[in-house]
Design a protein around this ligand. Structure first.
Ligand code: UP6
Length: 264
């Protein structure tokens, strides 16, 4: 209850990325981002193509793809343009602003093919907003938004230290033209145009053996008031990934619209 409608958020947002995402959400009736953590380009592209109609974003870790190259990013951007989803490179930048700039343009040319990237906020705002604003304003780059890591899903994460998440929210609140939202577990800002993307979602399993913690969609959307769910192995480890994908999409969308005003 008490949420701003997707349409109102679309009108309200100063972020070019959010305008696009909110419009895709309404069109596809989806608030699902698929994390494809496969290790070859062919596997990633194959699933991206099958998933395209059901997702608003495909999230990758470029440095986990063992044969990553420009042919891959070209094919991925073509799929994204044709099937209307955004490309999310989950780089989690966390260095000086100058180094982040070098990395955005570096060997992987991230800013040229990713619509959105993640950044930690540990390095402080002077090393964040200005850097990303430059890239987002430059039409030579595809990049149009950045998500700050406000809370990690992992057990014992230091983002739970007193005041940390609130400080991250503050940076985003003051730079809503470039910072499009958060990676978080629970809603972290009162600005409804900052979108909360939440990983750590799995309908069948609670944890892995490497620190990940999963919870269901109702908890993530209904109780913790996130906007977009990020699902990885719940889909990618299944023998029937597309079937699982449809299941997550429906469950997540139902949980969202249950809370949204009727004018969606
Ligand atoms: N991710 C998390 N937790 C965070 C931030 N990012 O899991 O706090 C990312 C992981 C992975 C995806 O890097 O790509 O989200 C989750 O996938 P999974 O469901 O297979 O764990």
């Amino acid at each position: 209850a008490g949420r701003t409608s997707l349409k109102d958020k679309e009108n309200l947002t100063e972020s070019p990325l959010n305008k696009k995402i909110l419009s895709i959400m309404r069109k596809k009736k989806s608030n699902l981002c698929l994390a494809i953590d496969y290790t070859t380009s062919e596997q990633v592209l194959q699933l991206a193509e099958r998933a395209g109609p059901f997702v608003i974003a495909i999230k990758v870790h470029a440095d986990a793809i063992t044969d990553f190259n420009e042919d891959f990013t070209q094919k991925l951007t073509t799929l994204a343009n044709d099937m209307d989803f955004v490309i999310f490179e989950d780089r989690k930048f966390a260095d000086t602003g100058n180094t982040t700039q070098l990395q955005l343009r570096g060997i992987q040319k991230i800013a040229s093919w990713a619509d959105v990237v993640t950044a930690h906020a540990i390095q402080g705002n002077d090393s964040i907003s200005g850097v990303f604003r430059e890239f987002i304003a430059d039409p030579a780059y595809r990049l149009s938004g950045v998500l700050l890591i406000a809370q990690l899903s992992t057990k014992g994460s230091l983002t739970a230290l007193n005041g940390y998440t609130e400080e991250v929210a503050q940076i985003a609140n003051e730079n809503r033209d470039v910072i499009s939202g958060f990676i978080a577990q629970t809603r972290v800002s009162n600005f409804s145009d900052l979108l909360n993307w939440t990983p750590g979602v799995n309908l069948d399993v609670k944890s892995d053996s490497a620190g990940q913690q999963w919870r269901g969609v109702d908890e993530a959307i209904d109780i913790q008031q996130n906007d977009i769910v990020i699902v990885g192995r719940g889909v990618t480890s299944s023998n029937e990934p597309v079937q699982q994908l449809k299941r997550y999409r429906q469950t997540a969308w139902d949980a969202l619209v249950k809370n949204e005003p009727a004018d969606n």
